[in-house]
Design a protein around this ligand. Structure first.
Ligand SMILES: [Zn+2]
Length: 463
């Protein structure tokens, strides 16, 4: 039984579906600048989820939108001297490149705001008709006071939300908490015609309108970063529940945690943005994907290049161990572990831990069991979107030659490194530190770093 944490009720909940079909929507990017490591996380963790649902034989309809018109896009394109359209196309290209390098499945639908204007306009018209929205001099606004369940999702309070917010007089709203559904265009800004005036959609309305248009009903899962809970998702919920009062808009709200850089939340204002595609170029998409797997999707995840390198060592070991087997579902116990962890709110770090426990006990198993377990682990990784194609950074001949100097026959890197570290330890025990240091330096020049600690670790150097 699949259980997920539902942000609406703030606890883990058993899921149930009326049909074999699952409707899932993920808030995609606002394309004003290229993706950073946080964008990658949201895409990958929900890709694990979509792949898992598909493996469970559900017919999954997965939608991820693109916000390609918004204040920031207009501002940034002005600064760059290009049109908003040119800017958004450029950034969409970068996002698609990242999604593909990270091996994320294509969504069944990828609606864009600028291509959904008609649907957005009808949605707003319905809200005006039902008395939830009003027209002012600057745009069309949702009147929060008319909707009694506001804050149901975020659990916030009006005072808390409004403290510290400046009220922009130009917005001429009835109440400061009212939010824009449609913004009238200022000179030189892109616009679409509507019955109320020329302008562009607000951000929140777009997701409500797209969901209605594509699914023609409420949905099972609504996903996104936890920074979207308020106001974005609260507003989506208010709009959709007001427009379609008899329907449940979303059954399960799922939110991923943020990526922290050196303990700080990664946000544009702090200027610590590093581009996702840069890391993908340096380390490969599979490693970045693997990095996300190591953390529970709901928790904040620390990010640093050291952590990437650490992940790389683990991934290489996994690749080596599994290189000679095919991905086959041939060991029930290992599959059980997989289902238990995934059904437990997608607990991928637990899964990884259990897999390594299994790997460490492989020696106790029969040859046949060993093979079946390895095949099944590879099957699980394939299922989660990993190729595990073994690519050595250094060609085999060079490695054979290197280890020969130390009378080590090279079969695979794990085994060779084990023997290499053992030999170096013998020198250290004999207090022959010079020989131990030379070995360390020698292998460092090959591209591998050895860390002396309670247990001796080794990893590929990043350059
Ligand atoms: Zn959204």
């Amino acid at each position: 039984m699949l259980k997920v944490y539902n942000s609406l009720i703030n606890r883990i909940q058993e899921t149930s579906f009326e049909k074999d079909e699952i409707k899932i929507y993920l808030c995609g990017p606002t394309v004003q600048s290229s993706p950073h490591i946080g964008h990658g996380r949201s895409a990958v963790v929900f890709d694990f989820f979509v792949r898992y649902l598909k493996h469970l034989k559900y017919k999954v309809i997965f939608v991820r939108n693109i916000t390609d018109i918004d204040d920031k896009i207009i501002e940034k394109s002005k600064a760059e001297g290009i049109s908003p359209k040119e800017l958004s196309e450029k950034v969409i290209f970068d996002f698609h490149k990242a999604y593909s390098e990270l091996n994320c499945l294509n969504p069944e639908f990828e609606p864009r705001a600028t291509e959904s204007i008609e649907q957005i306009i009808s949605f707003i018209e319905l809200l005006i008709e039902k008395g939830y929205a009003y027209i002012s001099n600057s745009g069309v606004y949702f009147e929060v006071a008319k909707y009694s369940d506001y804050f149901a999702l975020s659990g916030r309070k009006t005072d808390e939300v409004l403290s510290g917010t400046r009220i922009d007089v130009k917005e001429d709203k009835k109440k400061p908490e009212d939010f824009a559904l449609w913004k009238f265009a200022k000179d030189g800004e892109p616009f679409w015609n509507t019955p109320w005036g020329k302008g562009r959609p607000g951000w929140h309305i777009e997701c409500s309108a797209m969901i209605r248009d594509i699914f023609a009903s409420g949905i099972d899962f609504h996903c996104g970063g936890n920074d979207l809970i308020f106001p974005h998702h609260e507003n989506e919920l208010a709009q959709s529940s007001s427009a379609y009062e008899d329907e449940v808009f979303v059954k399960y709200w799922m939110h991923n945690g943020m990526v922290n850089l050196s303990g700080q939340k990664m946000s544009k204002s702090e200027g610590n943005i590093k581009l996702l595609n840069q890391y993908i170029d340096d380390y490969g998409g599979e490693l970045i994907r693997f990095f996300y797997l190591r953390s529970h999707y709901r928790k904040p995840q620390e990010f640093s290049e050291d952590l990437l390198i650490e992940a790389k060592t683990t991934l290489i070991r996994l690749q080596e161990l599994l290189q000679e087997v095919d991905p086959v579902n041939s060991n029930e116990d290992t599959m059980r572990i997989f289902y238990d962890c995934m059904n437990d709110d997608l607990n991928t770090p637990k899964l990884l831990g259990e897999i390594f426990t299994t790997i460490n006990k492989l020696g106790e198993k029969s040859k046949n069991d060993q093979k079946n377990i390895k095949q099944t682990i590879k099957f699980i990784f394939k299922l989660l979107g990993f190729e595990l194609n073994f690519t050595l950074k250094i060609d085999q001949d060079k490695l054979i030659e290197f280890f020969k100097k130390y009378q080590i026959d090279f079969e695979n890197l794990n085994l060779a490194m084990e023997k290499f570290i053992h030999l170096r330890e013998t020198y250290r025990k004999d207090k022959n530190f010079k020989a131990a240091d030379t070995m360390r330096e020698d292998i460092y020049n090959l591209g591998i770093n050895i860390l002396d600690g309670e247990t001796i670790e080794w990893y590929w150097r990043s350059s």
